[in-house]
Design a protein around this ligand. Structure first.
Ligand SMILES: Nc1ncnc2c1ncn2[C@@H]1O[C@H](COP(=O)(O)OP(=O)(O)OP(=O)(O)O)[C@@H](O)[C@H]1O
Ligand SMILES: [Mg+2]
Length: 504
């Protein structure tokens, strides 16, 4: 056994090779009881792979794992959970149509005379979640609760049996500020109990807020482990990228918008979003700001026809159009790059190449396949332009790192050469370097005369690229900011304020 001050878990020289890629090259990691340890690096750096090797979800090619000083070799996530290593993966695997209690105890339900005892399960679930400060009805469907609650359920499931190490792969990617607070309070409680917690994220502010130490990976190699009290964000970014971040967010270029491209009048869907008017001109980026659930995504979906409006009219280049479904939107070269890449976006088993040309092929019709050379040329051009890291265009897209999947999805819609591009959270799960590239890309598309609508929870970014910002609250468009009015503090005021002036 290790002494009380020794690491609870150690990885020594972990390597993992994939055809065409060295995902991990002799990486070391030591976790101490009661510490939050951030695992950082660019998209594709090897963070998720390290976690999967550690838990046995992937077979490592070399290296050792020591738990409290003894060598262990878990063969699966269940195995490592039995050893006390709980994991919540980047792709949360809960079942929305089961109850909270069922999700917590799936596969290990308390039995009574050969039957699952619902009552006992519900009361155990209630007690367990109360420990995390969550007061919910465990008999209700998981899908009825917010992503944050679902996240806490996933954590409770992961630590319930274990209690030595908890690994969280991008747990806050789709949480708003209050929900992050809830999650952080759970992390603090577990830390106080002496768990070692691994926290993977691209939000560096959050890293500095909650973590004690950070390990930085680059191209599958261990670059450094740092005590966060003794370092700065700039140093961490430089270690991640291997260079300094060049593009700082620039001042907004003056807007020289062209003709009106799309105009929505009195558009609405009862119970989803209140009536709004919206005009977007060519060469304009309209930002959508608001808390999670304020109606940003709903606005985007309504315009794309993914959700059907029940009132209002739409004009495209001055002519009335239906916008009743995505097919109609695509026919007018309207594109929507959705927020949730897993459920609305990628087709995991298709190759990266096929995923990139999917929308273009669909618009052209499946009976007229795009010529092979053209497909290759397009896919290669976008992989280069967006710096998508992959071993080959033939690999199934599910094998790309999370952030690289997000970029491939963006490529799919750019390949359709849209006249109007709607982006919902375009930088979610994307690393700092790629953030800067996507912001620059939005700028470039706007200068080329595209009309864009971008929903984002990253206010600095909205301020950087938007020529107008619409603020939403409680499913209403409440304020519009233009020109010099577009500042983060004005946006925050509008998000938080009591009802402002009249709706736009
Ligand atoms: N099963 C697999 N087959 C082939 N290559 C893989 C597989 N799993 C991961 N890779 C590759 O290994 C590298 C590391 O990927 P990993 O998912 O660990 O990155 P990450 O640091 O978690 O990135 P992100 O921040 O985007 O989630 C990537 O180049 C990825 O394409
Ligand atoms: Mg990952």
């Amino acid at each position: 056994m290790a002494s009380a001050t020794g690491p609870v878990l150690e990885c020594k020289g972990i390597s993992k090779f994939f055809p065409g890629a060295i995902a991990l090259d002799a990486v070391d990691l030591a976790l101490y009881p009661g510490e939050v340890h951030a695992l950082l690096g660019e998209n594709g750096a090897g963070k998720s792979t390290l976690i999967k090797c550690l838990t046995g979800a992937y077979r490592r090619d070399s290296g050792k794992i020591l738990l409290e000083g003894e060598e262990v070799s878990p063969q699966s996530t269940q195995d490592s959970q039995k050893l006390g290593i709980g994991t919540v993966y980047q792709e949360v695997n809960l079942l929305p149509n089961l109850s909270i209690a069922e999700n917590l105890f799936l596969g290990r339900q308390p039995m009574r005379h050969g039957f699952i005892s619902q009552r006992r399960m519900n009361s155990m679930a209630k007690d367990l979640l109360a420990e995390f400060g969550l007061d919910v009805n465990p008999a209700e469907l998981l899908s009825g609760y917010s992503v944050a609650v679902q996240q806490v359920v996933a954590i409770a499931r992961a630590v319930e049996l274990s209690g030595k190490v908890l690994i969280l792969d991008e747990p806050t990617a789709s949480l708003d500020r209050d929900e992050v607070e809830l999650l952080f309070s759970v992390i603090e409680k577990l830390k106080a109990r002496g768990l070692a917690i691994v926290f993977i994220t691209h939000f560096l502010d959050q890293v500095f807020e909650i973590s004690d130490r950070a390990t930085i990976l680059r191209n599958g190699r261990l670059i450094a482990t740092r005590r966060l009290a003794e370092t700065t964000q700039t140093e961490v970014i430089t270690l991640m990228l291997g260079r300094q971040l060049e593009h700082r967010i620039q001042d907004r270029a003056p807007s020289e918008a062209g003709d009106t491209l799309i105009e929505l009048r009195n558009f609405a869907k009862r119970g989803v979003i209140d009536p709004f008017n919206l005009t977007v001109r060519k060469g304009e980026v309209v930002g959508l700001a608001g808390l999670l659930g304020s109606g940003r995504t709903e606005t985007a979906n309504l315009i794309f026809g993914a959700v059907q409006a029940d009132q209002g009219e739409a004009l495209f280049e001055g002519r009335k159009i239906g916008l009743r479904n995505p097919r109609e939107a695509v026919a007018h070269r309207i594109a929507l790059c959705p927020e949730d890449r897993k459920s609305d976006g990628i087709v995991g088993d298709l190759s990266v190449r096929e995923n990139i040309i999917l929308a273009l092929q669909a618009r052209q019709g499946w009976h007229r396949p795009l010529p092979k050379a053209k497909v290759n040329e397009l896919a290669e051009a976008y992989v280069k332009a967006l710096d998508i890291r992959l071993a080959s265009l033939d690999m199934p897209i599910r094998l790309l790192s999370g952030g690289n999947q997000q970029k491939a999805l963006l490529a799919r819609w750019l390949a359709t050469n849209p006249s109007f591009l709607i982006l919902d959270e375009p930088t979610r799960g994307i690393d700092v370097g790629a953030h800067a590239e996507i912001i620059a890309l939005i700028e470039r598309l706007r200068e080329d005369g595209m009309a864009l609508l971008v929903a984002s929870s990253e206010l600095e970014e909205l301020v950087a690229y938007s020529t107008r910002v619409i603020v939403l609250r409680d499913r209403r468009h409440v304020t519009e900011l233009k020109g010099d009015e577009i500042t983060t503090s004005n946006i925050i005021t509008a998000i938080a304020d009591e009802p402002l002036a009249e709706a736009v």
